[in-house]
Design a protein around this ligand. Structure first.
Ligand code: HEC
Length: 166
């Protein structure tokens, strides 16, 4: 009787041990699977990244080249359109509306041909608000009288400069 009980317990233990081992195996398997998945995803990321890195420089280089060519053409055009050199102060602040040589645009009137005194008076009038124009007022707010005088003198000399250039 006791032998039977011992045999039964031993059997149960054996079955339990087998089940326990199987469970461990399954966990080890799952760990392995997880590791594999991580490894694969890293490989996939690498595989995905690599062609991007290899492909990107080519179209970018092309675009850069095209942009450079366009810039060159624009610069050449601008160089041809500009009959004489203007100061950086004028080019930066005024040329976009009044034209690179003061020839005027659809936005703002012609300045070339007007006298330095007239231009200076107008600039002071814009700045003080006596002559009302929000665009010119806003622009001149950040320029001091010395700069306005320099601009007026320069613009007043545009007509002469154009004659000399032709
Ligand atoms: C954003 C466009 C714009 C820029 C930039 C600009 N102006 Fe003007 N300017 C105008 C417009 C518009 C008028 C016409 C205002 C009016 O009729 O009262 C004008 C008028 C003038 C006048 C009066 C012309 C006249 O015949 O009475 C002078 C002078 C002048 N601008 C000088 C300048 C100077 C100098 C700069 C650079 C510091 C400059 N402008 C920058 C738009 C601009």
């Amino acid at each position: 009787m006791i032998r039977h009980i011992i045999a039964a317990i031993a059997g149960a233990l054996t079955i339990w041990a087998i089940l326990y081992m199987a469970k461990l195996d399954a966990e080890v398997d799952r760990l392995g699977m997880i590791k594999e998945i991580i490894a694969k995803s890293q490989q996939e990321v690498k595989v995905k990244k690599q062609p991007q890195v290899q492909q990107q420089p080519k179209p970018q280089a092309k675009e850069d080249n095209e942009a450079e060519k366009k810039l060159k053409v624009l610069k050449e055009k601008a160089g041809r359109l500009s009959a004489f050199e203007v100061s950086p102060l004028y080019r930066r602040n005024c040329a976009s509306c009044h034209g690179i040589n003061g020839e005027g645009t659809s936005i703002a009137p012609k300045l070339i041909g007007k006298s330095s005194d007239y231009i200076y008076e107008q600039l002071l009038a814009f700045k003080s608000g006596k002559r009302k124009n929000y665009v010119m007022y806003g622009l001149l707010r950040n320029l001091d009288e010395e700069e306005l005088k320099a601009l007026a003198d320069e613009i007043g000399s545009f007509a002469q400069k154009l004659k000399e250039a032709q």
